[in-house]
Design a protein around this ligand. Sequence first.
Ligand code: MG
Length: 372
Amino acid sequence: MKIRNVETFPLLYRLPMPYGDANGMKRFRVCYLIRIEADSGAYGWGECVDSLETLHKDFHTKLIPYLIGQSVANRRQLIRSIKKQHPRAASAVSMALAEITASHAGLHVCDLWGGRFRDKVPVYASYQSYSENADWQKQSTQAVERAAAEGFQLFKVKIGGKSIHEDQEHISSIRNTLSSGMQLILDANQSYDTAAALGWRSFLENMPEVLWLEEPLQIKFTAEYGLLRQRMPVPLAGGENIEAAADFLPLFLQRALDYITPDPLHVTGIDEYLATLNMGRAFGIRVTPHTYDGALTRLYALYAQASLEPFSKMEPDAIEPVEWDAMDNPFTKLISIQPVNGEVVLPSGTGIGAEIDKEMLSFYQWDGSSYE
Ligand code: MG
């Protein structure tokens, strides 16, 4: 079975109301999808993230001419080669080829990976808490309240972009709205040094509802994470920008984190992503995906969580949650699955068991103009 055709779909949405985190304000959201078709008629979708200009140029000048005529079954060899040309593009190609292989065999992608342990996976509502409005704290708190009313149980909010005092005021205001059993994730986007991160210690001391503190430090400071982990009263998480399974090893070996947060778009290729999850299990460190960009990537992350062994014999049904972008972003709706009471019931069927909304592909098509 050989690759017959590759189509590309660069999508852009300019945000009417920018939002952001400690890294600054976002003024647009982008999405880059590909659809690979084999000569058997089977097809698969893939997704990647990078500048639309760079992706589009590389796909059309190098990657598509290389892929046409190649064997779908040689997925890992092809990914190895594409990785050298454009690592981010390799993620999209790996997803599309995995879907074609599964569809051709009449299987679901989870079956290719050895089958599911569960059909439901929890998700957390993920926010970019900052805006350019003076009342950002109030807006953020109200957004969490609305998601709680819709059934979400877990919420990620941002810290690290304002003074610690302002951020703690914000977290206290959200905490007051939570019902029993709801939990919070605080994400600092690598804003602090160890001394500043320890400024959160007393605040977090009696907050059992904090599920984890994410990336208080630059992720390269492995030893400092190890020290911080011994001194902080809440679990630590990180690693969303790490690009290879092996690059998580220092974090595992130094017992620097309680959770790793690999992103299927940053760890190059879906096979490498699965290897990362299994390494987490081998080292007894929990794995919770970062999936802020893209509905297809999130679907793959949900399937990977569904196919992952439980982390505990005591809680065989428990599984770490998947990130669910709760901000203004139409691309989260490219696939129609929605959480109910904070959980997603996973589609069955062959391939990925879901279709991409094609009307959205034409509505949001990037026209090639500059947007950054
Ligand atoms: Mg993060």
